[in-house]
Design a protein around this ligand. Structure first.
Ligand code: DMJ
Length: 449
């Protein structure tokens, strides 16, 4: 599947950001500020791990000869960080090849002006040429997004570690400081924060889109520091406790889910994005005290089961973008606009963590169901495509092979069927785009004590 996805991207879209597999051309999009080759950089480490040597060399050659960082356009700070910097750092750590390190550092420098705000909380959009930055037009009152400014920590610590320049680590430690200081409603972290005043802009809390990877990076920061960053662990533990108290619910049919919260009112909806949380809670469970461990293993298993149900209840056996638990609905989309599947990884990501934690064969069986469904419904003549409605067969295709399909979905599926020592969780943490970063077992200079 990886070879098929890569070969078609290479044939029809090499150098563009993503492949359009029906029309057999490339897609540039507007998230990367003129940077190209998102699929190349996202795919590098997956090709390497899968020992697709020839294909890895093709991707490396493109990075060496054609990856131009002198661009002038508006980029998402978050997306450039998780896909490009994450992909380059991981490939550097896996291969030791300097080109990946130098490109990661060069790109990291270009992101720094986004932090020039009164609080040091970065804005979401940056022009990679001029360094000017903005908030997203759609974000309330010029706010920055929790899942965006809260998902820089892992990569930025490595940028400081590799460059010897503490500036990257200082930027993310300052974000930590602002978040620690501010009062949290019921212990929860709202999704929108003003980079000017450092106050929450509105009280929407979500473990799915806009919030998700902030929580993930807390537990992973602690693990990546070889458990020295106890501040991150405490923030994770406290946040999870508040989430459990206020957002975790059980449906009439016995399915555990994590609701969203709007100023105290619950919306009984779970996004596909929120399904990463089964894996995150599983990862944290391993390191919870003896008395809490079983509790978190059970919670992770229940959430992963609910996400599996969202797949099992569809005609395609792929899950919708969001599913609901209201008016008699259980784990199904009720709105037309929430029925699509864009090759997202979060559910197989949780299967992978649950497999490594429990070795219960059902997780491999569930992963194999996804493989079969992808082959049946998403494979088209020239690559893999998202689908517009998981409840309708044969599905209509959206003509997009997302770069995260190669970075994440296929990598997590592969790891689900590998031995545990392939990218052992004792030695690596995965950034939110599934790019592996090493745990520092010796002395992480950049932890900025
Ligand atoms: C990826 O880019 C990352 O996993 C991110 O954290 C969320 N969205 C996509 C995949 O769904």
């Amino acid at each position: 599947m990886m070879k098929f996805a890569w070969d078609n991207y290479k044939q029809y879209a090499l150098g563009k950001n993503e492949l359009r597999p029906l029309t057999k051309n490339g897609h540039i999009g507007n998230m990367f500020g003129g940077l190209r080759g998102a699929t190349v950089v996202d795919a590098l480490d997956t090709l390497y791990i899968m020992e697709l040597e020839e294909e890895f060399q093709e991707a490396k050659k493109w990075v060496e000869n054609s990856f131009d960082l002198n661009v002038n356009g508006e980029a998402s700070l978050f997306e450039v960080n998780i896909r490009y910097i994450g992909g380059l750092l991981a490939t550097y750590y896996l291969t030791g090849e300097e080109v990946f390190k130098s490109k990661a550092l060069e790109l990291g420098e270009k992101l720094l002006p986004a932090f020039n705000t009164p609080t040091g909380i970065p804005r979401g959009v940056i022009n990679l040429g001029s360094g000017m930055s903005w908030s997203w037009g759609w974000a309330s009152a010029g706010s920055s997004i929790l899942a965006e400014f809260g998902t820089l920590h892992l990569e930025f610590l490595h940028l400081s570690e590799l460059s010897g320049n503490p500036v990257f680590a200082e930027k993310v430690m300052n974000i930590r400081k602002v978040l620690n200081r501010i009062e949290k409603p019921q212990g929860l972290y709202p999704n929108f924060l003003s980079p000017v005043t450092g106050n929450w802009v509105q009280h929407h809390v979500s473990i799915g889109g806009l919030g998700d990877s902030f929580y993930e990076y807390l537990i992973k920061s602690w693990l990546m520091s070889d458990k020295k960053d106890t501040e991150a662990k405490k923030m994770y533990d406290d946040a999870l406790e508040a989430i459990e108290k206020h957002l975790v619910k059980k449906s009439a049919g016995g399915l555990t889910y994590i609701a969203e919260w709007r100023g105290g009112v619950l919306e009984h909806k779970m996004g596909h994005l929120a399904c990463f949380s089964g894996g995150m809670i599983a990862l944290g469970a391993e390191h919870a005290g003896e008395e809490r461990k079983q509790h978190y293993v059970d919670l992770a298993a229940e959430i992963t089961n609910t996400c599996h149900e969202s797949y099992a209840r569809s005609d395609t056996k792929l899950g919708p973008e969001a599913f609901r638990f209201d008016a008699g609905t259980e784990a199904m989309a009720t709105r037309l606009s929430e029925r699509y599947y864009i090759l997202r990884p979060e559910v197989v990501e949780s299967y992978m963590y649950m497999w490594r934690l429990t070795h219960d064969p059902k997780y491999r069986e569930w992963g194999w169901e996804v493989v079969k469904a992808l082959e049946k419904h998403c494979r088209v003549e020239a690559g893999f495509s998202g689908i517009r409605d998981v409840y309708s067969t044969p599905p209509l295709h959206d003509n997009m092979q997302q770069s995260f399909f190669l970075a994440e979905t296929l990598k997590y599926l592969y790891l689900l069927f590998c031995e545990d020592d392939v990218l052992s969780l004792d030695d690596w943490v995965f950034n939110t785009e599934a790019h592996p970063l090493p745990i520092n077992h010796t002395n992480f200079k950049t932890s900025v004590q």
